[in-house]
Design a protein around this ligand. Structure first.
Ligand code: SF4
Length: 244
């Protein structure tokens, strides 16, 4: 039994039957702007996006406990500047806030990647000043949210979006993964307009879904059948678009 699994183990982090982390990416200069960072991948997710190419993270159990993660972070003090909490969906882990408190106390900046389904968690982290950056996935417009995510919780997503738009302290970015079987260009323009209407003024990132015979997805989608019309979207979007 690890220290993490003991009933009153270290770091004040609530306990979980399994280890929370699926994997640790020890180094990235791409995922946390202006920071040299690592990524902690939290197992489990509250969505089931058809294009998801991480079914092992979404459906599987974590294999790395908090003590192991703390050991890793201690070994990177002075070498890394930030920690990205990704997944899966990081906000599904009940120990997230307690763990982040400890990581911040070690001097790391914190970025949260989230699908926005837990506005209560995001609000609490923001209110406590535990976040330095957020990346929010805007999965689909309300009319297609169920089709894309297999959840009907658009109202929870929009609460997260609105609370991020209404605050100014923490920079955040919005991004959408596009698979042509699920979203059309008109959907993307509608989402850009919705973001603009809610007060979002940052770049809106669009990334093509990865799929194909060698990249199984949760929804068994075939390879992305067509790429998006960059010229049309750029011309008609009210927001600056970033294509990844
Ligand atoms: S793509 Fe969807 S199902 Fe996969 S981890 Fe992200 S939110 Fe969860």
């Amino acid at each position: 039994m690890t220290a993490y699994e003991q009933p009153h183990g270290g770091h004040g982090v609530p306990h979980r039957k399994s280890a929370p982390f699926h994997a640790i990416t020890p180094f990235t200069m791409l995922d946390f702007p202006e920071h040299i960072a690592c990524i902690l991948w939290i197992a489990g997710c509250n969505m089931r996006c058809g294009y998801c190419h991480n079914p092992q993270i979404v459906l599987g159990k974590g294999t790395i406990g908090t003590e192991q993660a703390f050991d890793f972070l201690r070994s990177r003090k002075g070498l890394l500047e930030g920690v990205v909490f990704s997944g899966g969906e990081a906000t599904t882990w009940s120990g997230l806030a307690g763990f982040i408190r400890q990581v911040r106390a070690m001097g790391f900046a914190i970025k949260l990647d989230t699908n926005g389904l837990r506005p209560d968690v995001v609000e609490s982290l923001l209110c406590e000043g535990l976040l330095d950056r957020v990346a929010l996935d805007y999965k689909a417009p309300r009319s297609k949210f169920q089709k894309v995510t297999a959840t009907s919780a658009f109202s929870r997503f929009e609460r997260t979006l609105d609370l991020l738009c209404k605050q100014e302290r923490v920079p955040f970015e919005v991004r959408t993964t596009v698979h042509a079987d699920l979203l059309e260009e008109d959907d993307l323009l509608a989402m850009a307009s919705d973001l603009s209407r809610r007060g979002y003024r940052g770049q809106y990132a669009l990334q093509q879904a990865i799929s194909g015979p060698d990249r199984p997805t949760l929804g068994d989608l075939q390879a992305n059948p067509k790429s998006i019309n960059v010229a049309r979207l750029t011309a008609q979007s009210p927001l600056e678009l970033q294509f990844r």
